[in-house]
Design a protein around this ligand. Sequence first.
Ligand SMILES: Cc1cc2nc3c(=O)[nH]c(=O)nc-3n(C[C@H](O)[C@H](O)[C@H](O)COP(=O)(O)O)c2cc1C
Length: 176
Amino acid sequence: MGQLLLTGTERFLGKNEVIVSKTDLRGRITYANRLFCSIADYQEHEVLGQPHNIVRHPFMPRSIFKLLWDTVTSGQELFAYVVNRTKHGDYYWVLAHVTPDRDPSGQIVGFTSCRRAPGQAGLAAVRPLYADLLAIETSTESSKDGLAASFRHLQDTLERAEKPYDQLMHHLIAAE
Ligand SMILES: Cc1cc2nc3c(=O)[nH]c(=O)nc-3n(C[C@H](O)[C@H](O)[C@H](O)COP(=O)(O)O)c2cc1C
């Protein structure tokens, strides 16, 4: 990946605003609401059909996305704090709730994410954790080893918290 432009400017979601998107099984965007497009400076036609990493911010650890995909493809829901990048390099933090979509036979046919403004307590807990995970991921020569070590650190952290990730997130939400 080439150097991504980052402005360092943060954008904020309003208290009652919800960013919604849906993807197919491979993570290609099949739906994006108006707020998704406006906060990230995209037109709807620019995001439909694109991989969801179109809004990926380099601060996000890969292990969080591994956990996201492992969880939703196994049929579970996940709460996760995510920082995203706008088209022109600004950033915005969200608390995402990602769920699998099923057809009437129960088969998973895609995924939905609804995101709200995160609270300060949650962000304060997650920022240093993500910085640690990212440092682990970039500290090894092989990116595969880095991801494995980062994922282990994430699991250890969650085990020490005696809560799976989504419960930890609920805990953080409740603390806000
Ligand atoms: C429903 C859904 C919503 C997603 N939302 C985001 C998002 O807001 N930001 C993001 O960076 N990745 C999101 N992802 C994860 C991306 O598909 C992708 O795994 C991630 O951006 C890492 O991309 P990379 O592996 O190409 O680096 C979402 C995935 C799904 C299934």
